[in-house]
Design a protein around this ligand. Sequence first.
Ligand code: SF4
Ligand code: SF4
Length: 387
Amino acid sequence: MNYRKDKNGQDLSILGFGCMRFPRDSKETETMILKAVAEGVNYFDTAYIYPDSERVLGNILHKNGLREKIFIATKLPHQKCHQYEDFDLIFNEQKARLKTNYIDYYLIHNIGSIETWNDLKRMNIEKWLSLKKQSGEIRNIGFSFHGIQHEFPALLNAYNWEFCQIQYNYMNENYQAGTKGLKEANAKGLSIVIMEPLLGGKLANLPKKGADVLNSADIKPVEAALKWLWDKPEVTVVLSGMNSKEQVSENIKIASETSLLTIAQKKAILEVKKIFQSSYKIPCTGCNYCMPCPNRVNIPGGFASYNAYYANGLITGMQQYITSTSANDPENNSRISRCTGCKLCEQKCPQHIKIVKEIKNVKKRLEPFWFNTLMKIIAKVMSGKKN
Ligand code: SF4
Ligand code: SF4
């Protein structure tokens, strides 16, 4: 296993274990975790809202006496926090589930915009974080991000973060925080944890044409995607949501190699990107030149979700759309339905996309008549409110 130092000089395995989707069989989960730890993986990422993940992870670590050998990252679900006392209520529940007295890496989960952070500040989250840090119950403080690229710098500057977690892979260089955000976070001295390195599995299961291109450069799809990330010195840990023993073995093998991508392999990855992009319904490159929109519309996020809808189906497209536009947040969302048709964005698009026309198409597919009801239900569940 290879390691990289975090901001405070701690050695973290470059491969982190993403615990969002453990297998149903808890014995298999235990076997995978034991193997990962034995092979040197020391970073485990979970969250309050990942179904049963904290409890399962806590039980396995406790039963096998592994707590002190690894680092736990988990996240505060800020939507469930309505007052200062809620921070402690949730945190104490997390410690109980994880059977631990401290959390190594604690993230505010998916802050999409500075407004969300300001809401938390009004609840005195800074004081709470500082007290937890002083007591040693939280060792490192960070945030995860799925928002719009131009919101990212303001969040980086909003607090003295030690690390952040961003979605990033070779197809998302201009999406969400993107390469620009990666460099900004690095310039501020933060350790950077990467999620979605395989774009929800799509970069592991390439169309045949793409797989053939990589094959001719003597590299497999997962290896290409992971090494593309580890090629970047700004990256500290790459999370992989492993849910089989085979995946654990394959990822550990790649994370233990010292060879980097060859020039031919880098060229092959560029070729795969072009193959992906040629299948897009809207030829949006995610360059962000059209942003910011005066009405907060996440134009590239909406277009990327629409392309995902056509490439991978309704559920994938819808999931991506809800996440990238915080669609279930009644106030701070960036849904495409906020568009007033002013066309300011169209003058800035180098691809000459008829943005307003395409937004109407996106709205038809990704905000169907039942969408608002669904968002209200999700918002209610996330906030834990009964009414
Ligand atoms: S046309 Fe719509 S998306 Fe474009 S800038 Fe105006 S409001 Fe924003
Ligand atoms: S400027 Fe055009 S290509 Fe770039 S993100 Fe906006 S819509 Fe997409």
